[in-house]
Design a protein around this ligand. Structure first.
Ligand code: S3P
Length: 439
């Protein structure tokens, strides 16, 4: 993270034209990890140049993997094979990235050497026992700090055994950590999810030739096969980044915007369903299969929004989109209710509390629930709000400001670079009223 950065945001122009967003964060983390432990070289195109994914690539480089970056968004990873990683000379810094830390915990549990995973203040406050406890059931030994948080001290050289896991929380990160450890286990690793979550790890493991099968709610990985590079991996645009533009164009009269090359895995696109129920005008213009699920173009035009009840079963399909859904709800007619989303409290920030505090400052009637919120939409005022260093809250508040009655100052926005480098410039050029201010 660089120095502190605030934004000033105000209603800009209608959003028009077409744009693409940076590569998918979840796919980029997984692509570079699997390429690292495969045989052969993998060219990753569309790699997210965000702080989170660069931290993961830097960790793999410190574990002995040669990674070239011939240009922005491209990585050539010279895989070392499943047993070719080497110990690093100190702690491995995952930065702000929960995905990086949790997936690496699984990958490193299977190595012959010890490792220590650390992160920034936000990541060091997030729950890690959701991965360390099921990994321990496979034979891994991972010490956490007090309270089950990072640093994670991963003891190497422990024999792992494949077991059946029934996940208590619908979490793609936990599922993925267990599957990665399963590559090093004796016997099959089976993971059952309470609700299906993004399946990039499964898809990419299959692309690398792993023996993986999905039957009903169970994913089974049988170890023994080496991972072999598929040659090239294409990372689609990140739906969670496109989401800010979907909502902004829905809110701003006169908007008509195309978003090109976006990953449209149905386990990610619950926000489209919500926005359509709210009255939004969104078309999927073209959808084609990709290595990490369907990829397509979206067209969104302004339409007045009304409040909805978000079905709790949809929550995992839009888990990263609640900050921007709250922004849409604050400007919709009537009441929006979200429940069954307690996971939002353990993201990069407590997203329910951070968004509730910020929207209340802007005059929105919002009631916090333990697992969601009730928002009565209408107009929003200008004011000074705090993103609490949470990238998605910062961008969501800049979106809300596009319909505010006055200027909104959003504090602590530097972490936007973790997932969406260049957001401010892209937003400005597409019509947002937005200026960055180093403070
Ligand atoms: C992610 C899974 C989700 C999501 C996160 C990325 C992933 O987290 O919120 O931004 O890449 O697997 P959980 O697994 O905690 O739900």
């Amino acid at each position: 993270m660089t120095g502190r950065l605030d934004w000033r945001a105000w209603p800009g122009r209608p959003l028009r034209g077409s744009l693409s967003v940076p590569g998918d964060k979840s796919v980029s983390h997984r692509a570079v990890m699997l390429a690292a432990v495969a045989t052969g070289s993998t060219r990753i195109e569309g790699f997210l140049e965000g702080e989170d994914t660069r931290a993961t690539a830097a960790i793999l480089a410190r574990l002995g993997v040669r990674i070239e970056a011939p240009d922005a968004g491209t990585r050539i990873v010279h895989g070392v094979g499943l047993h070719g990683l080497r110990p690093a000379d100190g702690p491995l810094d995952c930065g702000n990235a929960g995905t990086g830390m949790r997936l690496l915990a699984g990958l490193l549990a299977g190595q012959a050497f010890d490792s220590v995973l650390v992160g920034d203040a936000s990541l060091s406050a997030r729950p890690m026992q959701r991965v360390t406890v099921p990994l321990a059931a496979m034979g891994a030994a991972i010490d956490t700090g007090p309270g089950g948080t990072a640093p994670l001290r991963v003891e190497g050289g422990r024999p792992l055994a494949g077991v059946e896991h029934r996940l208590a929380v619908a979490s793609a990160q936990v599922k993925s950590a267990l599957l990665l450890a399963g590559l090093y286990a004796r016997g099959a690793t089976r993971v059952r999810e309470p609700h299906p979550t993004r399946d990039y790890t499964e898809r990419l493991l299959a692309a690398f030739g792993a023996d993986i099968a999905v039957a009903g709610d169970a994913i089974e990985l049988r170890p023994g096969r080496p991972l072999v590079s598929p040659g090239t991996l294409l990372v689609p645009g990140d739906f969670s980044s496109a989401a800010f533009f979907l909502v902004a164009a829905s809110l701003v009269p006169g908007s008509d915007l195309r978003l090109r090359g976006i990953g449209l895995d149905p386990r990610r696109t619950g926000l489209i369903d919500c926005l359509r129920e709210m009255g939004a005008d969104i078309e999927v213009e073209l959808s084609r299969p990709g290595q990490a699920g369907p990829v397509g173009d979206l067209r969104v035009r302004h339409a007045p929004l009304r409040g909805i009840e978000v079905p709790p079963a949809r929550v995992p399909d839009m888990i990263d989109e609640f900050p921007v859904l709250f922004a849409a709800a604050a400007l919709a007619q009537g009441r929006t209710r979200v429940a069954g989303a307690a996971e939002l409290r353990v993201k990069e920030s407590d997203r329910i509390a951070v968004m509730a505090r910020a929207l209340r400052t802007l005059g929105v009637a919002i009631e916090e629930l333990p697992d969601g919120a009730c928002i009565t939409g209408g107009a929003i005022a200008g004011g000074r709000v705090d993103s609490a260093g949470d990238h998605r809250c910062a961008m969501a508040l800049a979106v809300a400001a596009q319909r505010a009655a006055g200027e909104v100052v959003v504090g602590d926005c530097a972490n936007v670079a973790t997932s969406f480098p260049g957001f401010a410039a892209l937003a400005q050029s597409s019509g947002f009223g937005l200026a960055e201010e180093a403070v």
